[in-house]
Design a binder for this molecule. Sequence first.
Ligand code: FAD
Length: 406
Amino acid sequence: MNAVEELKNKRIVHWFRKDQRVSDHEIFSRLVNFEHVTAFYLHEDRYKSMHSLGFPWISDKRKTFLNESILELAAKLDSLGVDFQIFKNLKDLEASKLLGADVLTYQKLDGTEERKQEKLVLELHPSNVFSFDDFTLIDKNNLPFELKHMPQTFTPFKNQIGESGRYSKTIDLPALPLSSISFELRGGENPALNRLKYYFNDSNLIATYKETRNRMIGTDYSSRLSPWLALGNVSARTVFDYIVKYESEVVSNESTYWLIFELLWRDFFQLQLHIHGDAFFQRKGIQGKEIRFSQNDKVFWKWANGETGDDLVDANIRELNATGWMSNRGRQNVASYLIHNLSIDWRWGAAYLESQLIDYDPASNYGNWMYIAGVGHDPRPSRKLNTKGQAERYDTEGTYRKLWLR
Ligand SMILES: Cc1cc2nc3c(=O)[nH]c(=O)nc-3n(C[C@H](O)[C@H](O)[C@H](O)COP(=O)(O)OP(=O)(O)OC[C@H]3O[C@@H](n4cnc5c(N)ncnc54)[C@H](O)[C@@H]3O)c2cc1C
């Protein structure tokens, strides 16, 4: 019997975290009767504070995206008859007496801040908890190796997973909506599924992903699913199943494979965060390597304001500041420049992207920054990019730079 089956006649209180959807959901997809279920969302305390450099840990744009997602979730739960409450802080949660239910169910997360929050909530509900771990595509309990022996670099990890074929299947594959919206950056399960439909069924953009993924202008050069994946508005399993469906019904090519490849990068960092925990957020990274960085706030702010004088870096940071978005190509260049050209502490850059990116995710953000800084998972000692060469290669006509430096 599935563990969730055993919960069926219990009074459940479900804590929503980065699982903000009702389809392909460990609890909501498996239960048929919601009579005994209540649910809540708890805002994160640290998002009320500022970074020591004076910027908020969460920008207004990401806050808006998050609030949209929670409001859509509230409406969906209401239609299922599930009572849902949103708490600003732990005190309000405690005062609500909601945690008196038989069982508390919740998604387990590995970031330092997420684990701190879990500890505080569990202190209010110390017994009868059921936690699950569905943020990744690959089930942690079904790896072709013991987690503690997981390869520490991406290529052998990807090869072993690929050969094993142990990808998780969705619990229930959500039907894609009927509307044809190309791109609407709004938090929630509906906009996520709209994007999936557009990217796969309406436009067939998936079929050319490998050729377009390094571009920087527009909304169609890559899947743009990351903001929704970060909140769990759509699961990685669902994206994967849509790729497989597309491969069997339309075409299977290098591009369809490459999207799976990128989802594996996402899993790689998630699993590595599970193994290494707090080291992901520390200066010496998972390698414990001493690298000299300076903490010059004037130099940092020139970078963060898009005023370094390097056109590609400045254009990308200006796009980020204006929209909450930056392409993968852009992220690599701005990170490399801050670390290797300006010699600034990589954690300052990571914190700034945490604040500004709508798709912020602890494992993907800090994992990629560590990688570029040379204290993470890259076997090479340095990942310095030549930003001038990158601009010539990926922005040949200078169109992207003109767009943001005008
Ligand atoms: C310095 C730096 C910081 C980053 N911070 C974040 C972050 O906070 N949140 C985040 O989701 N991604 C982050 N990334 C990874 C990557 O840039 C984004 O996932 C990607 O640009 C999102 O666009 P997309 O959804 O169109 O991706 P696609 O190219 O369509 O890829 C599909 C999915 O694969 C995953 N993915 C792709 N590339 C990576 C990667 N390098 N690492 C991990 N997962 C990947 C994402 O979930 C993405 O949505 C960062 C990369 C760098 C270099």
